[in-house]
Structures are given as C-alpha cells and as structure tokens.
Design a protein around this ligand. Structure first.
Ligand SMILES: Nc1ncnc2c1ncn2[C@@H]1O[C@H](COP(=O)(O)OP(=O)(O)O)[C@@H](O)[C@H]1O
Ligand SMILES: [Mg+2]
Length: 291
C-alpha cells in the first residue's frame, strides 16, 4: 500500500514536471533558431508582464538577503537595478535562475511558469539567460565558433547529433555577430579580443539561445569609456526584442541607458522610477547615492 502510494506520488510528480517540459519543448523545437518572436505561447505574457517576483524572501543562516521583495518586469523592458553592496541584487538573480530557492514568495515567468518549481536547466530552456561578471568564452575558438558552440549547447540528443549548421543557424550567428559589433572579428580567437569584446561575445552566446529575459550583472566593469558607450547601445538595442535586467554600479552608465530604475536595499525595493525620480529620492540619497 505504501509502495503504491509512493509510486503514485512519483508518477504525479513526473507528470507535473513532464507537463511543464513538454509544454516548452513542443513549442520550441519546430522553431529553434528562428528567434523567440516565432515562439508564441511558450511564455504567457498576455498581461504584458514577463517576470513576477512577489514577496520573495531568502535567508542565509537567519540573515535575510531578500526580504519580501516584490518586483515586476514588463515584456521587452530594459530595467536597471542598483543598490549598495549586500542589497540582494545577485541573490535576486539566483532566485530567478533557480540557483537559490526562496523560503517564501512567488517567482513566475509569464503567467504560467513557476520558477520556484523548475530546474536551472528548464529555466534556461524556457528563455532566461544570465551573464555573469567574468566572461567565460572559449579562448582558442573564434568569435564565430563561440557562438556556434553556444547555439549547440542544447543537450537534447537529437540536437547534439547534428554537426552541421543549418542555413538558418548560420544566418542567426552572422546576425548575432553584427548585433554585438564583432562581424569584423568573426574569425579571431576569443583570446585575442579586448575585454569589452569578450563581454559582448558572451552576451552574443546568450542571444543565440533566444532568451526572452536577459540578466546582466555589472556589464561595464573594467571597460573603457568607448566600450561602455557601445555596451549602452547594445543593451538599448536589445530591449524590445528581449527583456533586459541590468545590475550595474557605474552611475554614468546607468544614467545613459536607464528608463525605469529599481533601487534595492536590505533585500527589498527602496525606490522605483525614472533615474531623476530615484536620484532625488531622499532615502536613496541617504542609503546609497550619498556615499
Ligand atoms: N550563499 C550565501 N551564504 C550566506 N550569505 C550570503 C550568500 N549569498 C549572499 N549572502 C549574503 O546576502 C546578502 C546579499 O548578497 P548579494 O545578493 O550578493 O548582494 P548584492 O549582489 O546586492 O551585493 C549579503 O549580505 C551577502 O553576504
Ligand atoms: Mg552582487
């Protein structure tokens, strides 16, 4: 009897997981490589909101890194997140990507995908790409090959068995090289690219996987002024096609790309608005900008 119940529970859990996964896979497979615009129905944004974080709390040994955090990101929006060290910015990204599970609260991707119940892989496959601070490109491979590898990073067996790029994939890589400003560098080994170019290449490696949401942690750290300007252009260009969430400390950079800015402090939202509104908010000045 006990065994039967266990089997039934496993079956139910399996069915639930499969249902989510099938739902994603069925819709993605026939359209792979054609851009997320060709993927209707995968992520339900019928209300215009792509990401829902509601009352999310995360504690580490009793310390609340996120404290009832509530935040919404619109479909196609470019959002900047700022806040002092320890405010919970990275933890927030960890929750969105499934690396950290919240103690309480909701995290939804569109109306239907419950991020707190999905694996990191399923979340990535559903269309959330994350760029970490350090670029992790393959140094000996060319810019083109790096994008090719990222495109084929899909571990589903039917996909890895394919060796050659389809014309669509070829085109997609060329277009991505253009978008990230590396068309002229397509055959250079990544090791020979500048720091900024490596960062763009890594953004490109996310782009070929057609993320609906792109999470970018401190993209301009260590960049030259000119590289920063080009990064600003790139990120603003991506908005609309993708939702982009940028965590950044460089205030000049944030000002140059910001539409809506969220200030995190002690694990929750301290202020949200335009750059001007946020900068003139006395509490923001007190805890962050006044430093
Ligand atoms: N894995 C962890 N274990 C213990 N404490 C952590 C862990 N990750 C983050 N923290 C703590 O949670 C708080 C928020 O960290 P973090 O999200 O990295 O902030 P931010 O990215 O805004 O600087 C910090 O006080 C940090 O020390
Ligand atoms: Mg951080």
């Amino acid at each position: 009897m006990n065994n039967l119940r266990q089997t039934w529970q496993q079956l139910q859990q399996g069915m639930r997981r499969d249902r989510v996964f099938d739902f994603i896979a069925e819709n993605r497979m026939p359209f792979r490589g054609q851009g997320h615009m060709a993927l209707p129905g995968v992520v339900d944004v019928s209300h215009g909101t792509l990401l829902y974080l509601e009352n999310v709390s995360v504690s580490f040994d009793g310390f609340r890194a996120l404290n009832n955090l509530t935040l919404y990101i619109d479909d196609g929006e470019l959002r900047c997140i700022i806040g002092p060290n320890g405010a919970g910015k990275t933890t927030m990204m960890d929750v969105i990507t499934g690396k950290t599970r919240p103690d309480s609260g909701n995290a939804f991707f569109g109306q239907t995908l419950d991020l707190t119940r999905m694996s990191e892989t399923d979340i990535a496959n559903a269309g959330i790409g994350r760029k970490f601070q350090k670029p992790t490109v393959f140094p000996r491979h060319s810019a083109f090959e790096n994008l090719e590898l990222a495109l084929q990073a899909d571990r589903r067996p039917w996909h890895t068995m394919r060796h050659r790029l389809t014309p669509t994939q070829q085109l997609q890589i060329e277009e991505t090289l253009h978008t990230i400003g590396l068309l002229a560098e397509r055959d250079r080994p990544a090791a020979l690219l500048s720091h900024g170019q490596k960062q763009w290449l890594e953004i490109g490696m996310l782009l070929v996987q057609n993320p609906r949401l792109l999470l970018v942690d401190e993209p301009v750290a260590g960049m030259t002024h000119q590289e920063m300007e080009q990064t600003a252009q790139l990120l603003t260009h991506l908005a609309g096609r993708h939702s982009v969430v940028v965590v950044e400390h460089d205030m000049d950079f944030v000002r140059s790309i910001a539409r809506r800015v969220t200030v995190l402090h002690e694990g929750s939202v301290l202020a949200e608005g335009t750059m001007d509104e946020v900068q003139n908010n006395p509490r923001v000045v007190e805890v962050y900008l006044g430093e």
